[in-house]
Each structure stands twice: as structure tokens, then as C-alpha cells.
Write a protein that binds this ligand. Structure first.
Ligand SMILES: Cc1cc2nc3c(=O)[nH]c(=O)nc-3n(C[C@H](O)[C@H](O)[C@H](O)COP(=O)(O)O)c2cc1C
Length: 166
């Protein structure tokens, strides 16, 4: 581990790489805009917080155009991607205007879009938001969820997609 003073840019790059050693799953967080249009983005900052009450956490980059929608929506879904859904991860990490075009989705209890073929899907009530540097930290109550054990999860590690060894 280097102790030599480094520039801010080098620190940020090293910090990112060090964070990348923490393997995560990948989710798509989705909701509906006030006009009813479905929106969503790829998120790997998702994690569990509490079992009782059932709470989860994720963070949203504060400069994204979807911030006002996620700040004001009452409910959203967190869809845990399966190993064969890297195409969905790429799609929802893109700046496409209509990420849901041609995509078959289920409708959650509160109209939230639920992706198909996922490992698990959580329907969440948007409870608390905290400023967290250049991100906004969302903590939500899970009101309903389902799970499909037949799918292995998609993994993100070292800045790249990975799959669990059989
Ligand atoms: C594997 C992966 C994980 C990501 N995790 C997050 C995250 O946790 N929070 C976030 O704000 N953006 C995350 N992103 C970036 C967003 O998906 C990306 O900025 C997306 O374009 C945002 O959607 P929008 O442009 O429609 O607002 C991630 C991207 C990838 C590929």
C-alpha cells in the first residue's frame, strides 16, 4: 500500500479501484415519472440495512437527471439481475431516453415496473434520503418482494462483470 503523497486525481482513481475490490451484485432501480413513463438505472450500491423493519439502501449520483423523480416518487423497485442479464445492466447504465422500449415488464403493487428473469425483486417505499457527498443515499422500506432461486446472480468486481464459478 503506497504512503507517498498523491494528486487528487490519482487518489480518486486509487479509491475507485480499491472500492472495486468489493464484489457486489447488480440491480436495476426503477420507478415511474409523474407522467407515468417508466424510468430506471443500473445500481450496484444496493445493500441490506435492517430485517425488522425490512430496510434497504442504495445511492444515486446527485447530478443525474432522474434525481428529482427518485426524490419525489413514493415507491420504486429494486431488481437483482441474473447472470445472463448483463445486456440489461448495460442498457440501464446507458443514457437512452427509453430504456423500457420493447421490454416486457410486470407491474408492481404501486405501478412500479418489475423486470422479468431476475434473481429477486423488491418493491420499496421511499422513506429516507440523506446527502452523501456527490451521491444521495436512499433508505427504503420493502413492502413486497419475490425471488427466483433458479437464476445465478450477475456479479460486478474489478470494474467488470463476473459470474460465480459453478
Ligand atoms: C455496474 C454499474 C453500477 C452502477 N451503480 C450505480 C449506483 O449505484 N448509483 C448511481 O447513481 N449510478 C450507478 N451506475 C451508473 C448509472 O447506471 C448510469 O449513470 C446511468 O446512465 C444513469 O441513468 P440515466 O442516465 O438514465 O439517469 C452504475 C453503472 C454500472 C455499469
Amino acid at each position: 500500500m503506497s504512503q507517498t503523497p498523491i494528486s487528487h486525481e490519482a487518489f480518486t482513481r486509487e479509491f475507485r479501484d480499491a472500492l472495486g475490490t468489493f464484489a457486489t451484485g447488480i440491480t436495476v432501480v426503477a420507478t415511474r415519472a409523474p407522467d407515468g413513463e417508466p424510468i430506471g438505472l443500473t445500481v450496484n450500491s444496493f445493500n441490506s440495512v435492517s430485517l425488522d423493519p425490512p430496510l434497504i439502501v442504495w445511492s444515486l449520483a446527485a447530478n443525474l437527471p432522474c434525481v428529482p423523480i427518485f426524490e419525489s416518487c413514493e415507491y420504486y423497485s429494486v431488481n437483482v439481475l441474473a447472470a445472463d442479464q448483463d445486456n440489461l445492466s448495460n442498457l440501464f447504465a446507458s443514457r437512452s431516453d427509453d430504456k423500457f422500449a420493447g421490454l416486457d415488464v410486470d407491474e408492481g403493487m404501486y405501478g412500479v415496473p418489475l423486470l422479468r428473469g431476475c434473481c429477486a425483486r423488491f418493491e420499496c417505499r421511499n422513506v429516507v434520503r440523506h446527502a452523501g457527498g456527490d451521491h444521495i443515499v436512499f433508505i427504503s422500506e420493502v413492502v413486497r418482494f419475490d425471488r427466483d432461486d433458479t437464476h445465478a446472480p450477475l456479479i460486478f468486481w474489478g470494474g467488470a462483470y463476473q459470474r460465480l464459478a459453478p
